[in-house]
Design a protein around this ligand. Structure first.
Ligand code: SF4
Ligand code: MG
Length: 328
């Protein structure tokens, strides 16, 4: 609730902050047990920062985080370490996050030892179980990260996250570095694991097309704000926020001959240092008015489970729905 994170951008002669980056500003959302919620937006929109705030890897400037009914915003020490077992992060670049000098077995055993989860005699079996879970073989346990492809390394990263049997996994651009065909395989794996293990997942990506089939709900972020949240199918069928529409209109239409109204965004994403007044999207929005430039729009519910932060969502021209796409 009200999650806010400012980073100091510059300091004066005395080391006092004189400007800050408003990375995440007053972000509120719920995460339902067992669902996948995707956070989507261009780079710098605050999605990774939001993920790290949830995991308590960085401290919020303001706001509260409740997990499983408990306020975890200020947990420290042993309580924070116990919490780490329940929430895990899967990184974008598994190669950078895997120790090149550790075998896969050692990589997967480390969290088990750290949290005292599996007795030494049972660790080997647990490692094999984890490898099977992510579609790798027991014989892979003896190998080193450089012996694997990008997709396989990401499977190892996922296995490592699953080792401690977490309730929540945050996947930060977990497939962005992979080839499209490998992306699909890893997405299917995550979707399958999430259903089988009942894990709650926050999936962070810059591409709406990537998250379409994996998410129950999607939250669109722009410059540190959540501008729209909706169930995945609803967001694709009835996008309300001009920014969401622009993101959707940039996805290529799969059917030959099909056309779609495109919203082309002009200009770059403004700097999160001194972000625009009012609606932060007003500098790029084709529908902006004086009201938008002056006043920050409130978040309004447009239909069950669908909310949007835009002054003019009621008056905008109806968005052309995206053509239905086969489940690929
Ligand atoms: Fe555009 Fe105004 Fe809506 Fe912001 S509030 S998205 S500037 S129409
Ligand atoms: Mg990021």
């Amino acid at each position: 609730r009200g999650l806010t994170k400012h980073f100091t951008a510059s300091t004066n002669w005395f080391g006092r902050p004189i400007s800050h980056v408003s990375a995440v500003d007053d972000v509120s959302f719920d995460l339902k047990p067992g669902e996948t919620l995707s956070l989507v937006g261009e780079s710098g929109c605050g999605k990774s920062t939001t993920g790290r705030l949830l995991l308590r890897l960085i401290e919020p400037t303001a706001g509260t985080i409740r997990f499983d009914g408990r306020d975890i915003t200020t947990l420290t020490g042993t309580a924070l370490r116990d919490l780490r077992r329940e929430m895990q992060l899967v990184f974008q670049d598994p190669y950078a996050s895997l120790n090149p000098r550790m075998t896969v077995a050692a990589t997967l055993e480390e969290p088990l030892m750290l949290h005292g989860l599996v007795p030494p005699g049972k660790r080997k079996a647990r490692v094999e179980e984890l490898l099977n879970l992510v579609g790798l073989r027991a014989s892979h346990a003896r190998r080193y990260p450089h012996e694997f492809s990008g997709g396989q390394r990401q499977r190892i990263g996922i296995a490592r996250a699953l080792a401690v049997q977490p309730n929540l996994i945050v996947c930060d651009e977990a497939v962005s570095a992979l080839d499209v065909s490998v992306q699909a395989q890893v997405l299917n794996l995550l979707k399958d694991l999430q259903a089988r293990l009942g894990i709650t997942m926050v999936f962070i990506a810059h591409d709406l097309a990537v998250v379409r089939h994996i998410s129950q709900r999607i939250a669109v972020m722009y410059l540190g704000n959540i501008v729209e949240v909706a169930p995945a199918a609803e967001l694709f069928a009835r996008p309300q926020h001009p920014y969401t529409r622009a993101l959707l209109s940039a996805i290529p239409v799969p059917q030959p001959g099909a056309t779609r109204q495109r919203i082309i965004l002009t200009g770059d994403v403004p700097s999160p240092i001194n972000p625009p007044s009012g609606c932060r999207f007003h500098t790029r929005c084709p529908f902006a008015t004086d009201l938008c430039r002056q006043t920050k729009p409130a978040t309004e519910t447009t239909s069950e489970g669908h909310s949007v932060a835009c002054h003019h969502w009621r008056d905008l021209p109806a968005a052309a729905p995206l053509p239905a796409e086969s489940d690929s």
